[in-house]
Ligand binder design. Structure first.
Ligand code: GCW
Length: 734
């Protein structure tokens, strides 16, 4: 805070308080004595508020660049840590306790490593006096849990805390030249074009901070390079860098994985083929595995995108996904490595892209080695603002399946829009597949609760880059946080996750006094409205982008930012153009996936299949995903489908305007940097939401030929202008 303000503010405040006192004295002389008491109370509260505001203006003025994420420095109270062992991981645990202790001053915490049948994997037993775990990492996770509870004011009872998944992994789509596919927060923290193999001190610092942030929310693995992989990642130079990264990540429990290119034996090894059945190819992978493990003994394994979107794969050699995955699995088996084989496959010839992964993978159920996991995106198409869950989650009985969520906001406004994705992931995890009757939720089908699985895992495509605040948007950090928390506990509610994140990310150090008024004021005027904004934000994005089950109507298929329901350049494969998905014509709109259409509904178990198939029971949020309906189709609200579409787009715009108001109101509670950054981004988001609404309504209106309801704001953009100037150019830079 500038010195001049420090000097002048107290006197201003004094003057203001004195003025209020005079006002009180003057006014109470004039009013009914019965009302005097309540009047005095009101005026006193006004005084308290002003003092609070002054106080907040001081604390809010601390410089914050967001780099510390949810791990901001705290004024720690003294604590004694008792632990009979020592190791790099345990010394991190000890240090975290000493630097972040918010419990009773002078307390002792005992860290004990001992076997306990009730503790699973990275789990731990937590109590007010200590943490017990089977492993050092269990201790570390317990420490972070304890500190988080202290900070968020949650109680610590004697309890066991076990993770839902064994492997909680980030997928970085980072290219070896430092760019990031679908990355919106600067270049890669792992790779760069210039001096690619020099490991600098600042590399080590950022990798350590990254590992710590992951460990603090239970993330225990990372794939360091893009699934659209270069064979070079397996070359000696790159593997040496991977080793350097792995060494920094290791004490924090973050295991290193790599994405591989299926044709590496030919491209890197000079073999004639990469056919998974070829003995030389098999041997090449074995030798490569040995080399990797000699450098990184705890290497996690490979992530593979094969026979997908132009990437090579076993099908190029007439082999199946199982043939390809098993060959690699055998190479890693001696070292305990794992293959995460992606099910993201679709071909231009298929009538319905949504059906293809299921069609290709279900016949292979049971044919994979036990160190293979099939990685499945949450929805059957591609990380859209809303999709029903992928039917593959309820289909495989003998092959483990792991969810893949996208933390980076490829389809949700990049790092420009405030969209808290936890609610979307919660919706997916809590969806019932009915695989083994009612209650077979996606979470239970993937965490080993329904079928015993040797390995369980969950992946999130990272939104992390070299930007100072890591994620581009200050609120995008909440998505990294939420992914970690849900990976640890797939039954958590988004409300709790948002609560924790806000508390840790925005509660200023200097507010940590015992002053109840300060805390209550902060809760009331910051925590509650900001939490509500976060919880509403994904639905708002669905409303202004693609409500009622609409999907993939983005412009410029390479960008996936603005609207483009018209986008269909000649000769482009149809499943890369929006008209393939929305199917709008003068008769109506929506993709018919019912029994009369592509019969995608059949991939779901009953009663879902029938519910989706029948327009009267299909949830309206998925209506146009499963049905092609007339523009005047009567919705449950009594409105026509066209009107309902219009109101959803309008609601989305109004919701974002509401977020702007909410944010502006909390200005006294936020530091200047983060306040201004978020304010600017919300302005962009509102401008964009209006463009989305205008673009989609004006475009679809050409088919519906129905008026936009009177009480909805009129479009302020012309369709031809929007088409001519894509949104990348119309949004302000921020
Ligand atoms: O959604 C698409 C993205 C591609 C991505 C692909 C995938 C890494 O547009 O950029 O490639 O999904 O998940 O493999």
């Amino acid at each position: 805070m500038p010195l001049v303000l420090l000097v002048t503010l107290p006197s201003l405040l004094f003057a203001q308080t004195a003025k209020i006192k005079i006002d009180i004295q003057r006014t109470i002389g004039e009013i009914d004595p019965k009302k005097k008491r309540s009047f005095i109370t009101i005026m006193k509260m006004k005084t308290i508020n002003i003092i609070l505001l002054f106080f907040l203006s001081i604390v809010g003025a601390n410089a914050e660049d967001g780099h510390q994420l949810w791990l901001r420095n705290k004024k720690a109270l003294p604590v004694t840590v008792v632990c009979s062992k020592n190791s790099p991981t345990l010394s991190i645990a000890r240090q975290e306790l000493q630097q972040g202790w918010q419990g009773k001053a002078g307390a002792s915490v005992v860290l004990t490593i001992k076997n306990d049948k009730a503790i699973k994997g990275d789990g731990f037993r937590l109590s007010a006096v200590g943490i017990t775990a089977d492993t050092e990492l269990g201790i570390l996770y317990g420490v972070y849990e304890l500190l988080r509870r202290q900070q968020t004011g949650e109680t610590v009872n004697d309890e066991i805390v076990n993770p839902s998944y064994e492997i909680r992994i980030l997928n970085h789509w980072d290219n070896l030249n430092g760019s990031i596919e679908r990355g919106y927060a600067g270049p890669s923290i792992f790779w760069r074009k210039e001096n690619p193999f020099v490991v600098t001190d600042s590399d080590r610092v950022i990798w350590r901070q990254y590992a710590r942030a992951n460990a603090s929310i239970g993330i225990n693995s990372a794939v360091l390079n893009n699934v659209n992989a270069s064979q070079l990642i397996l070359s000696a130079d790159y593997l040496t860098r991977v080793k350097a990264i792995a060494e920094i990540l290791r004490p924090y429990g973050v295991k290193t994985y790599l994405s591989i290119k299926f044709t590496s034996p030919a491209l890197l090894g000079g073999l004639k083929t990469s056919d998974p059945m070829d003995p030389e190819v098999i041997n090449w992978w074995r030798v490569k595995a040995k080399e990797i493990y000699s450098l990184i003994p705890d290497f996690g394994g490979f992530l593979v995108k094969a026979s997908s979107e132009g990437q090579p794969g076993p099908q190029d050699y007439g082999r199946t996904h199982a043939d390809g995955a098993n060959m690699l699995a055998d190479a890693l088996k001696p070292y305990g490595g794992i293959i995460m084989w992606r099910a993201f496959v679709y071909s231009p010839n298929d009538k319905d892209r949504a059906k293809q992964a299921y069609n290709e993978f279900v016949p292979l159920d049971g044919k994979f080695r036990d160190n293979v996991i099939i990685q499945v995106k949450n929805g059957p198409i591609d990380f859209q603002p809303r999709e029903p869950f992928s039917p593959l989650f309820g289909a495989m009985k003998k092959t483990p399946v792991m969810p893949e969520f996208q933390i980076t906001q490829e389809y949700l406004g990049h790092s420009k829009h405030l969209v808290f994705l936890s609610t979307m992931w919660e919706e997916c995890l809590q969806s019932d597949t009915y695989q083994q009757g009612k209650g077979s939720t996606v979470s239970r089908c993937t965490d080993g609760s329904i079928y015993p699985q040797k390995h369980t895992a969950i992946a999130g495509v990272a939104n992390i880059g070299l930007d100072t605040n890591w994620c581009g948007h200050d609120f995008a950090q909440a998505n990294w946080y939420a992914f970690g928390r849900l990976a640890w506990n797939n039954q958590l509610k988004s409300e709790q996750i948002a609560h924790e994140w806000i508390r840790m990310t925005f509660y200023a150090d200097s507010l940590q006094s015992n002053n109840e008024n300060v805390a209550a004021d902060w809760n009331q005027n910051f925590l509650i409205p900001i939490k509500q904004m976060m919880l509403d934000s994904r639905e708002a994005a669905v409303n202004y982008m693609m409500p009622l089950g609409l999907h993939h109507i983005f412009s410029m298929m390479q960008d996936h930012y603005g609207p483009g329901p018209w986008f269909a350049p000649p000769r482009m494969r149809p499943d890369w153009t929006p008209p393939y998905y929305h199917q709008a014509d003068s008769n109506g709109i929506g993709f018919d996936r019912t029994k009369k259409g592509t019969d995608a509904v059949e991939q779901y178990h009953d009663p879902l299949a029938s519910a989706f198939n029948d327009v009267s029971t299909c949830p309206e949020i998925y209506l146009l995903w499963f049905h092609h309906l007339a523009w005047n189709y009567k919705m449950k609200s009594g409105k026509s489908l066209w009107d309902e579409i219009c109101y959803h787009y309008d609601r989305g715009v109004q919701q974002v305007r509401g977020f702007q108001k909410t944010w502006d109101k909390v200005k006294p509670y936020v530091d200047k940097e983060r306040f201004t950054n978020v304010q600017r981004k919300l302005r962009t988001q509102t401008i964009n939401a209006v463009v989305w609404k205008d673009a989609c309504l004006l475009y679809f209106q050409q088919f519906s030929r129905m008026p936009i309801p009177d009480d909805i704001e009129r479009p302020v953009n012309n369709l031809d202008d929007i088409i001519a100037n894509d949104m990348t150019r119309r949004r302000p830079t921020n």
